[in-house]
Design a protein around this ligand. Sequence first.
Ligand SMILES: Nc1ncnc2c1ncn2[C@@H]1O[C@H](COP(=O)(O)OP(=O)(O)OP(=O)(O)O)[C@@H](O)[C@H]1O
Ligand SMILES: [Mg+2]
Length: 319
Amino acid sequence: MKPVLSIDNQRLVMIGGKGGVGKTTTAASIALRFAARGDRVLILSSDPAPSLSDIFEVSLRDVPTPVAGVPGLFGMEISSEEVLRRWKERFGPEIYEVVSSFAKVDYDFVEYIGTAPGIEEEYMLNYIMELVQSGTYDRVIWDTAPAGHTLRLLHLPGIFLDHLEAATKFYMNLYSTFDKLKASVKLQAGKRTLLQIISGWRELSQQVMAFIRDSETVANLVVTIPEALGVRQTERILSEFGENGLSISALIVNYVIQNADCDFHRRRQAMQRRYWQVLRERYGPEVSLIATPLAAEEIMGVDRLRAFARILFETGSVW
Ligand SMILES: Nc1ncnc2c1ncn2[C@@H]1O[C@H](COP(=O)(O)OP(=O)(O)OP(=O)(O)O)[C@@H](O)[C@H]1O
Ligand SMILES: [Mg+2]
């Protein structure tokens, strides 16, 4: 029996991999498959150059929008600006309250913090976690989930919180020692409240990490190609996933030449098979590897996407 995609239970499916390997195609086929089963599905793209709109030929925005002609399927393309706007709306007032209690800052300071590395990545995950937990959708399919380098950025907000907590404690102690000083700075909240705010953020940050590590709720798919470059990138992504405590549900090896009927394609297929073997030996024991064929034409439109989904879920790996 050829390996097939087995993601029956996970409510969030994250699809990662390097540029142009077929992530959006995979995400869209999976979304169509679930929608056809009667699930309420949201397909979400956080790609700076999203192409879900092109694939479904609808104009998608920052809010879930029904995909015409596919009952149960909603699409959404969320930009960095929108993620940051929502982050500011939610955390801006609290951050300002904490920092302005010991430093003279304008509200613009919040904008500045928002540009710090890791904040956007963390908030994106936070947003998706809440979306999944809200139960509005049976399935959320995230096209272009965090790559390894993004996962590394997720540690930064925690470091920022450590600094903020240390600074808050330091100034709080100072204020309580010097009563006059305390009166001179407008202390807007009590010592405990400020530290409680910070520990609330930390808790949220930990919840987000625990959420994406939970393989019963989250399926991680990595898409790659059977070439030296693809193998190297896969190695990197998988080792960074491992370092962050994330496991991979399946590795999709796309663009494989299924039937070679000329010298050019036979040579190309032989090259691909070498890398396929490397991937199999390295990851086969732990991860389900699914080879998907290079089609003669690009995979646009619902019919071709459904055919691609049938390979993923029914016929299985073509090699
Ligand atoms: N197996 C395949 N056979 C033929 N064409 C394919 C196959 N998989 C993907 N394509 C086509 O290749 C192009 C790139 O695919 P896709 O947009 O899914 O990649 P991506 O990983 O999302 O790219 P990006 O990193 O730019 O977002 C598209 O035109 C798609 O239709
Ligand atoms: Mg894409």
